[in-house]
Design a protein around this ligand. Structure first.
Ligand code: TRP
Length: 476
């Protein structure tokens, strides 16, 4: 590997990058996951921690990841290799890329299963199944879907196939058009639903649930979940934003774009939360009911509101599209790697990787029925375990290493070329990425490994190890 391998793809315009990145960020994470984990973790305090993680950890790492991609000009593995070489650092930095490619494949394997639920719901809505449905009936309906492995498998297969076909068409091929139509559509539907939520009489309860923090409900595990979700929802820590950044040209402002991505993503999550909890409280449902939350509440709303058949069908169609524009971005790091590294044609790479990912996804399908009793990592089913390892461990770990690379390893001139920050902001940014963000991530990790009375000791140990590690990294 004497010469640098770089990517030849590019976006057709710079603003398309923002749209594609928002398309990647806005997905099941916002519409499905954020409301249900907020419900499971008690509401307001969790939301506050999540927002803090977005601002202090998410935003700076998003900027860093895009900058790493643009500077490294390739898929995550090759980009890290290129950057390590240019900055005189160890070859082992490629492992950061591997972590991301693997995490992307694992996340996609269950992401398509959940997106499949949304396809099933789209069909049900079109058939008029939700008309006049009660909250109990909606719950039974959801349980029946999960109990049916063949149906889940069918939708999982369909979503995987569509993802493969889009990705095989390349960067400009299908993604850009789908996104132009999808994002405005999603926003309009969310606003319509918000209007409906305000008529339920429980909108105030929903606002209170999301925004009045009760810290007694917060555990270290919820902090870990909030932090993991900040990574998940912004699509960072894995290389998605790196690949998307590698298709960017030099003149573009990564800082501004990152702000827009964060604002759009956060707004969609909060709106979805407001809508869903209004319906939950209006119908006496349980906010902590887990992954089924979205699928048990929204049918009730659509079943009773004016034009519910129309809006319901449109909504689930949009969930599917939001999921697809994210699914594409989960497989793209792997596809571009196989394509650039071994010269395997993009189409073949997409089918090969898609096939492997589909197979892993079968495990998630079964974890809701046949393998329900099979537990890994404590109480977790296979699906919960995959979600936990990727979201709560691999993504924060990836993000942490990106922060270390940008702030400790990269030449200040390269950093300044890619992130047009004033001197004061740049200093703050680097300080945060050197100490603030990595230590926050490590403390949250560690707090989940040890019992409460040892946290202080753990933090001291982390600081020590981190200092030694950085000293090593700096020596090259
Ligand atoms: N951000 C997407 C969501 O919220 C999921 C996603 C797409 C993702 N690409 C990613 C998550 C890369 C982590 C890393 O649904």
């Amino acid at each position: 590997m004497s010469q640098l391998k770089v990517s030849n793809d590019s976006w057709s315009s710079q603003t398309v990058f923002i749209l594609a990145a928002v398309g990647s960020a806005v997905g099941l994470g916002n519409l499905w996951k954020f409301p249900y984990i907020t419900g499971e973790n008690g509401g307001g305090a969790f939301v506050l921690v999540y927002l803090a993680c977005i601002l202090v950890i998410g935003l700076p790492i998003l900027m860093s990841e895009v900058a790493l991609g643009r500077a490294g000009k390739a898929n995550p593995i090759q980009a890290m290799s290129n950057l390590a070489k240019e900055n005189g650092a160890s070859k082992l930095w490629r492992l950061l890329g591997f972590n991301g490619v693997l995490a992307g494949a694992l996340i996609l394997s269950f992401y398509t299963v959940i997106a499949g639920w949304a396809v099933a719901y789209f069909m049900q809505s079109v058939r008029g199944d939700f008309s006049g449905i009660t909250a109990e009936a909606a719950g039974v309906n959801f349980d029946e879907l999960l109990a049916n492995p063949l149906e889940l498998l069918f939708w999982h297969t369909l979503v995987t196939l569509v993802t493969i076909v889009i990705v095989s068409k390349g960067v400009k091929g299908g993604i850009e058009k789908a996104i132009n139509f999808m994002l405005p559509g999603l926003l309009i539907i969310l606003l319509v639903l918000l209007g409906y939520a305000m008529t339920t009489g429980s909108f105030g309860d929903s606002v209170r649930f999301l925004f009045s923090p009760d810290f007694s409900k917060l555990t270290w595990e919820s902090v870990l979940v909030a932090m993991g979700h900040a990574f998940f929802t912004l699509s960072i820590g894995l290389g998605t934003m790196m690949v998307y950044g590698s298709y960017l040209s030099k003149e573009f402002s990564i800082v501004k774009a990152s702000f827009w991505i964060v604002i759009a993503d956060t707004a969609v999550a909060l709106l979805a939360g407001l809508v869903i909890f209004s319906i939950v409280f209006a119908n006496g449902l349980e906010p902590g009911s887990g992954p089924g939350l979205l699928f048990q509440t929204l049918p009730v709303a659509f079943g009773h509101m004016w034009g519910g058949w129309f809006f319901g069908s449109l909504f689930f169609a949009l969930v599917v599209m939001a999921a697809l524009s994210s699914a594409i971005s989960l497989i793209e790091p792997a596809v571009s790697w196989v394509n650039q590294q071994w010269g395997v044609e993009r189409t073949q790479a997409a089918w090969l990787l898609g096939g492997i990912i589909w197979l892993i996804g079968v495990g998630t399908v079964l974890s809701f029925n046949e393998w329900k009793g099979l537990h890994f990592l404590g109480e977790r089913t296979l699906f919960d375990s995959l979600d936990f390892i990727t979201t709560n461990i691999m993504l924060p770990l990836g993000g942490l290493l990106m922060a270390v690379f940008i702030a400790w390893v990269m030449k200040p001139s390269t950093r300044a070329d890619n992130l047009e920050l004033s001197e004061g902001w740049m200093n703050l940014f680097v300080l945060n990425l050197r100490w603030g963000a990595p230590i926050a991530v490590m403390v949250v990790f560690a707090s989940n490994l040890v019992s409460a009375d040892r946290v202080g000791f753990m933090i001291a140990a982390i600081l020590g190890i981190y200092a030694v590690y950085i000293w090593q990294v700096r020596r090259g």
